[in-house]
Design a protein around this ligand. Structure first.
Ligand SMILES: [Zn+2]
Ligand SMILES: [Zn+2]
Length: 172
């Protein structure tokens, strides 16, 4: 590989996040997240059940429904949302397995745009920048507003192609 076609850092770390996501056993979503300080990789995590407990591939997803108030064209509606609540999300596992001091001023690369709860926790974690690839439309608007208000650099990695072998359709 010559210097010209060497991977840029964004691609390099996002590729690692996608590689990590292949460890997930929730068929609804494979998410990977990595913590980067400077150019150093300080942590990796994916969504999964707590260690030692059955995961979604063994016990099935634990799907919960919740209603949320949403304004659309000036009209308020109640929107039903489904989520798998068996797993700890990748971003939350990343926070559980890294130190606060390592996170101060760091960047998180995550395969999917964080949900509201993860975004809220990341906003209070010392992380300075969040880079994601796949949009998560359920929570997108309020997450983006909050990141702006908090002054966290929040961006989608555009024109990025995840490594093919990391895009798993379903669990084994
Ligand atoms: Zn699941
Ligand atoms: Zn989440």
């Amino acid at each position: 590989m010559t210097t010209e076609n060497r991977k840029d850092w964004d691609t390099y770390f996002m590729d690692i996040a996608f590689m990590v996501s292949t460890r997930s056993r929730c068929p609804r979503r494979h998410v990977g997240a990595v913590l980067v300080q400077g150019k150093k990789l300080l942590g990796t995590a994916y969504n999964g059940a707590p260690m030692g407990l059955p995961d979604c591939s063994e016990a099935g997803c634990m799907v919960a429904e919740q209603y949320e108030r949403k304004m659309e064209d000036g009209v308020e509606r109640m929107v039903k949302k489904q989520r798998c609540i068996r797993t700890i999300h990748a971003e939350q596992n990343l926070l559980l397995f890294t130190d606060r001091t390592d996170r101060e001023g760091s960047t998180v690369y995550v395969t999917d745009e964080p949900c509201w709860t993860c975004a809220n926790m990341l906003a209070n974690s010392g992380v300075r920048e969040i880079v994601y690839n796949r949009p998560y439309r359920k929570d997108m608007d309020k997450v983006e507003d909050m990141m702006n208000a908090k002054g966290i650099l929040f961006r989608r990695l555009e024109g990025y192609e995840p490594p093919r072998e990391t895009l798993l359709e379903a669990i084994d």
